[in-house]
Design a protein. Structure first.
Length: 250
């Protein structure tokens, strides 16, 4: 089975550009861990609109038309799914740069046709997830009956699919966003729409077990393969770094 991991590193037009050292540092630790503890030896693609990014074991591809709005920029990743050269692979995984591989990640690649997503610490119907995307009458029905209110949700930090089902799976994610039109986007943008698919069972979906991908309590993460450091937790990422850079980077 030929596998692919791809990620995105982008600068939004009009926003301050982060120091290149910080951007490279984030990419370095992410890639070091994939190749080290993650035991990942196949291709890695980085879509970026930032110049000067190069690594000897990284395929860098252009990432165009990034919106200036932060939430629109997030959904742009899902909308750009056709840019991924899936024809060359059996399965592909989108993985955020704020993840550290701490054990062999190869067992995470799907062997079926479902769209696989990381587990979330929040419910599918959390206000940051699918809640605001539902019509008022349906929110009322959920509140009244409690139906599926506590169902665990999914995270967009890692999402994977067999390439044979790429158009159905990643395409459904993009269509949910397009169907939303120009209305205000939900709080977690692309992740909110991913939870909408999961709630409505639009396509076959599955969550990796929560102990495999941890968003917090990293010291107690026995059996974890990926540690996630979203938002303000990102400053903790270097505490869990297990490798030093061994290749001089341009």
């Amino acid at each position: 089975m030929k596998t692919l991991i791809f990620s995105h590193l982008y600068h939004r037009p009009g926003s301050p550009l982060q120091p290149m050292a910080a951007l490279r540092g984030t990419l370095d630790v992410w890639l070091d861990h994939l190749r080290g503890p993650g035991n990942y030896t196949s291709d890695v693609i980085l879509f970026t609109n930032v110049g000067g990014i190069w690594r000897p074991d990284l395929i860098v591809l252009p990432y165009e038309n990034v919106p200036a709005d932060a939430r629109r920029a997030h959904v742009h990743r899902a909308l750009s799914y056709r840019s991924v050269p899936v024809g060359d692979y059996d399965v592909a995984m989108q993985m955020d740069l704020d993840l550290l591989a701490v054990d062999d990640i190869n067992p995470l690649f799907p062997v079926d046709g479902r769209l696989w997503a990381a587990p979330s610490d929040a419910a599918t119907l959390d206000w940051r997830h699918a809640w605001t995307l539902l019509p008022r009458w349906r929110r009322g029905a959920h509140k009244l009956t409690g139906w599926r209110m506590g169902e665990p949700g999914v995270s967009a930090c890692a999402v994977a699919s067999a390439t044979s089902a790429w158009e159905r799976n990643f395409g459904a994610w993009a269509r949910a966003i397009r169907d939303h039109g120009d209305r205000p986007l939900p709080h977690l943008s692309d992740q909110s729409f991913l939870n909408l698919l999961y709630l409505k069972r639009t396509i076959p979906m599955a969550r990796w077990a929560p102990h495999l991908i941890r968003h917090r309590d990293w010291d107690a993460s026995v059996g974890a393969r990926l540690l996630h450091f979203p938002c303000s937790r990102r400053e903790q990422m270097n505490r869990y770094r297990r490798l030093r850079k061994t290749v001089a980077q341009a």
